[in-house]
Design a protein around this ligand. Structure first.
Ligand SMILES: C[S@@+](CC[C@H](N)C(=O)[O-])C[C@H]1O[C@@H](n2cnc3c(N)ncnc32)[C@H](O)[C@@H]1O
Length: 406
């Protein structure tokens, strides 16, 4: 007898169609070519160990490999981010593409877009990842998978029309592999933040277009970068700063038991308001800028960061101040939910840091909140890049990222 009950096993085809429709609706997919690629490649085949409904969530990353400590070392990125990166790459039939960080699914999407006359080379450092034969099984044998450290592995293989980096890179040593007029999509980490940039050549440097907020698994191998991290509050919260003197985790942890400075700024944000330019503004103003990560599974009652991830903070070896949010307020007229931004400061310099952080929040709100955000330019490491009037230079091993507020 036929049953009206929905099947407990969802059809991958239906889930794929729903994913494409949702990505179109939220603007991540804008072109018919990208829609066709996402509608064709069987995403579930690249993560056979994961329930099919989870594989097709548009917002979620699918972890495909962890190290001995349980940390994710390989994943299929969230569909919305893959779509955004592929849209900005402007891939056309016949192009030569280098994908850095492999896994198969994204390379298959690229192969759909560049067609049989194109070339896709996908480099990964992990033999487990390069050894999986899923691309051949799913019908993409034209993707060439290369085992090696992306720092050098593609040196002999360029030039490429598009270089698409799918790891959290701290530097960008791939500019010399880009063909004239090419595009390089790179999730680049600086001062604890990651933005996916579309780099296009502009004379001797690269303009960094469309900085998109994202998170990626950090790069391993020669390009890895060690940030300073201090775990506090019983390991539930990490304070992170890119460089400078090492953090005294024990002193920072003890500071939580001492007096706390609390300041309220009068600046409010709505429930869905993006305020990622606030992070960039504060980062431009002080080298003590860092971020706070709270463990999503184990909240701490000793700290109240504004967000679980990437809460802006000012951090010195033994003191810190961070952004917090007040209780929900409802706008009397519109009914909109809003939250006041505040600052908590701890330890010897906590009060001064809290004052500084609160002042920067107020300046951003007054002068820069409606501004589209800073310009980014990537220069080679030599000669010294121009220092912006308002902004900051982030020196790396091969390049310097310049953030300029104009
Ligand atoms: C987010 S996954 C790549 C996702 C993939 N492009 C997809 O289809 O969605 C990042 C990959 O980068 C690899 N990786 C990390 N450091 C690397 C390096 N230095 N060179 C090459 N691959 C690296 C990891 O092994 C991991 O498989």
């Amino acid at each position: 007898m036929p049953s009206d009950r929905p099947s407990s096993v969802e059809s991958p085809d239906r889930l794929r169609d729903a994913m494409v429709a949702e990505l179109r609706e939220r603007g991540a997919i804008r072109s018919s070519e990208i829609a066709a690629a996402f509608g064709t490649v069987p995403r579930e085949k690249f993560a056979p160990e994961v329930p099919v409904s989870a594989v097709y969530s548009t917002r979620d990353t699918v972890v495909t490999r962890r190290n001995a400590a349980g940390k994710a070392t390989s994943s299929i990125s969230a569909p919305w981010l893959q779509a955004e990166m592929l849209e900005t790459a402007c891939l056309r039939p016949g192009m030569r593409v280098l994908e850095i960080g492999s896994g198969g699914y994204n390379a298959a999407l690229i192969a759909e877009l560049v067609g049989p006359d194109g070339l896709v080379i996908s480099v990964d450092i992990d033999p487990f990842v390069t050894g999986r034969a899923i691309l051949a099984e799913t019908g993409y044998p034209q993707v060439k998978v290369v085992l090696g450290d992306a720092e050098h592995a593609a040196d002999e293989l360029g030039p490429f029309d598009v270089i698409l980096v799918t790891i959290g890179a701290w530097d960008c040593p791939w500019g010399h592999l880009l063909a004239p007029g090419g595009r390089m999509i790179v999730p680049l980490r600086f001062c604890g933040l990651t933005r996916s940039f579309t780099f296009v050549r502009d004379g001797g440097h690269f303009a960094g277009l469309d900085p998109t907020v994202c998170g990626f698994i950090p790069i391993q191998g020669a390009g890895a970068h060690q940030e300073h991290v201090a775990a506090v509050a019983g390991g539930t919260v990490n304070l992170l700063i890119d460089a400078g003197p090492a953090l005294d985790a024990a002193a920072l942890d003890r500071a939580l038991d001492g007096d706390r400075t609390e300041r309220w700024t009068g600046v409010t944000v709505g429930y869905d308001d993006p305020f990622d330019t606030l992070h960039l503004w504060i980062a431009a103003r002080t080298e003590t800028f860092g971020v706070i990560w709270a463990d999503p599974q184990r909240g701490s009652d000793r700290m109240e960061p504004a967000m679980r991830w990437f809460t802006p903070a000012l951090i010195t070896p033994d003191s810190f101040a961070y952004l917090t949010m007040g209780p929900e307020q409802q706008d009397a007229e519109s009914g909109e939910r809003r939250y006041e931004l505040g600052v908590h400061g701890h330890c010897r310099h906590g009060d001064a840091l809290a004052r500084q952080l609160a002042d920067e929040v107020a300046t951003w709100d007054e002068k820069w909140r409606e501004h589209p955000g800073p310009d980014f330019t990537l220069y080679p490491i030599e000669p010294t890049a121009p220092v912006p009037t308002i902004g900051r230079v982030f020196p790396k091993r091969h390049t310097q990222l310049v953030m300029a507020w104009t």
